[in-house]
Design a binder for this molecule. Sequence first.
Ligand SMILES: NC(=O)c1ccc[n+]([C@@H]2O[C@H](COP(=O)([O-])OP(=O)(O)OC[C@H]3O[C@@H](n4cnc5c(N)ncnc54)[C@H](O)[C@@H]3O)[C@@H](O)[C@H]2O)c1
Ligand SMILES: O=C(O)CC[C@@H](O)C(=O)O
Length: 637
Amino acid sequence: MLTKTAEHQVNFVIDFDSTFTQVEGLDELAAIALAGNKDSEKIVGEIKAITDKGMLGEIGFADSLKARVALLPAHRDHVNTLIEFLMGKISDSFARNREFISMYRENIYIVSSGFKDFIVPVAVSMGVKEENVFANTFTYDAEGNIIGYDESNLLSQDKGKVKLLQALQLEGDVYAIGDGYTDYELRESGLANKFFAFIENVERQKVVEKADEVVASLDEFLYINGLSRSQSYPKSKIKVLLLENVHPKAVAAFKNEGFQVELLKGALDEEELIERIKGVSILGLRSKTNLTKRVLEHPNASRLMAVGAFCIGTNQIDLAECERRGIAVFNAPYSNTRSVVELAIGEMIMLTRDIFTKSNKMHQGVWDKSATNSYEIRGKKLGLVGYGSIGTQLSVIAEAMGMEVYFYDAVDKLALGNAKKCKTLEELLSISDFISMHVDGRKTNSNIIGEKEFAMMKDNVIFINLSRGHVVDIPALVNALKSGKVWGAAVDVFPYEPKTNDEEFMNELRSLPRVILTPHIGGSTEEAQANIGEFVPSKLLQFMNNGSTYGSVNFPELQLPALEDAHRLLHVHQNVPGILAKINGIFAKYNVNIKGQYLKTTNNIGYVITDVAKEYADEIVEELKGLDNTIKFRMLY
Ligand SMILES: NC(=O)c1ccc[n+]([C@@H]2O[C@H](COP(=O)([O-])OP(=O)(O)OC[C@H]3O[C@@H](n4cnc5c(N)ncnc54)[C@H](O)[C@@H]3O)[C@@H](O)[C@H]2O)c1
Ligand SMILES: O=C(O)CC[C@@H](O)C(=O)O
C-alpha cells in the first residue's frame, strides 16, 4: 500500500499538542521556564488545570489562553529548549509514519491553538509544509521575554479553529484529528466531514463521546481510511488478554509494543473465557485456565492468533485444536525448573526432620528436643518418576547432597551422574525412600499413582508431588498416609485448584499431620516469574511481528530473518499435497518478485512464508486467502 488510495481530495487537519506530540507544549514551556522556582509546582499545576478545562470545553479558549500566558514567565531561550524537548516527544505513531506525511504533505494542516514559535520547527522536521502550520505567535520584549501574543490571530479567540477553517476554505473533504474539544468543534460546525478522537497520549471521555471514530494511533487512522501506513495492521487494534496475574514485565512488553492489554488476576472458567476472549488476538494464561475446544471453536475466539502459557505445562491447552486453527502456542520450558527443584529438596529435608511438627509445637510453647524420627537425606534413595527437565536437575542436585538417585521415565533416557535407571515403575517404587513425581500433565498420566502403587512402596516412604494434580489419586494418598505407608508428603498440585486466591481450598489432605500443602507455587519465585514474564512475550511478539515460531509447542518451527524492504505473506494451511505449488502459481500469475520463501510442516498443517517486493497486485491477497485448505493468512510489513 504505497500509493495514494483516496480518489477525491481529503484534507487532514491535525492538532499539535497531545496529538502530533505526546505533550502539551505550553505546559512544558511553563515547566522549563519555572525550573528552580520555588512556586514552580503550583504555577505549572494551575496552568495544566486551565489547559484541561479548555480542552474539555469548560472555559472559553480566549480566557484560557490569556490566563495561561499571564502565568508564564518565559523567555525566547526557554522556547528553544522546548523545541529540543518536543523533537523527542513526537507521538510514536506520527514518528513512524513520515511516509504518510510526505505523501500527503499538500493536504496536511497542523491547526493548533498553541504557538508557531515551537510548533513550526517540530512539524517541519517531520515533513509538514511550514505554510500549512496554523497557530498563535508570542510577542516578546527587547530582552526576549514573552509578554503576550498576537491577539488578532483567529486561533487566539473562542472557536478559533472553526474561524480559521472557515477562512481557509479547503477544497474536498476534511478529516479532523485531535484529542480536544476544539477539534471536535470543527465537525460540529460542519467544516470537517469527520472527527477522529486521537487517544494515543490522552483520552478525554467528553471528546471520545463526540467522535466519529476513536483512534489509538495514527496507524489506526490510516488503516480505517485505507491509507499508506508503516504497519500492515495497527498494533493499537491488537487485543491482548492476560490471565492469572502474570508478571508486570509481560504487561509492559505488550503495552510498549502499542497493543491493548487487559490483565486479570485470576483464572477464567470456560463460560467466562468464551465471554472475555472476544476480539482477543493474544491470550496469556498459566496452569489454571483451560483453553478447550469449546472455547476455540466459539465465534468469539475467531481473532485468536497466539497463546502464551506463562509456565512450563501446556496440558491445560487443547494444542491439537489450536494447531488445526492455525493458532501458535508458546510456553517457557525451563523458566521455573530450578525453583521446583529447590522446593523439592527443601521439602524432603523438612519432612525427614519432621520440622513442621516440631515448629508447630514450639509455637505452642512445647520444647521437644529429640532425634526421634529425624533423619538426614544423605545416603537415602530418591526415586524420580519422570526424568525430564525437573527430574534431571533434581537428580544432579540430590546426588550432590549425597542421595542415591533412581529414576523411571516412560521414554528411555540416559542417566546423569551416578543416577540409576529403573526398567519399571514398580522397581522404582519398591526401592525408594523418597518418591518425587515429575511427569508431564498428559491425560494418560491420570492417577498413575493410586492404591496399587502406594502398596508397592516401602513403609514410611516420603512422597512428593510437584507435577500435576491428576497424576495422584488423592483418596489413595490419604489412605496411605493414615495407614502409615507414607510417613510424610508434600503436595503442590491438586486435581481441582481454586481459580483465585479468594476461593477456599477444599481437599481431603487438609489437616493431616506431616503433609506440606502449598498452593501450586513450585514455580512461583520472583526470579522464575520475571523470567517467564520476559520470555513468553518475546516469543509471542516475534511471532506477531516477524512470523517466527521458534519454540512453539504446536506449530511448525521457523526462525525467520528480519523483514527488509519487502512485504511478508504468511499462509497457514492443512498439510495436503500441492499447496506450495498453488501458492507459487498465484505469485507467477501476477508476476510477483519473490525475495525469500520458507516452508515447514507438521503432520497436520503447513506454514509458508513468502517475502515479496513491495509492489504487487492487491488481488494476490484475496487469491491466497481463498486457496482451498487455507487456515489462516496474514501480512506483515
Ligand atoms: N508445581 C509447579 O509449580 C510446577 C512448575 C513447573 C513444572 N511443573 C510440572 O512438572 C512436571 C515436569 O516438568 P518438566 O519441565 O520436567 O517436564 P518434562 O516434559 O521436561 O519432563 C517430563 C518427563 O516425564 C516423562 N513421563 C511422562 N509420562 C510419564 C510416565 N507416565 N511415567 C514416567 N515418565 C513419564 C516424560 O517422558 C518426560 O521425560 C510437569 O507436569 C510440569 O507441568 C510444575
Ligand atoms: O504458574 C503456574 O500456574 C504453573 C506453574 C507450573 O505448574 C508450570 O507448569 O510451569
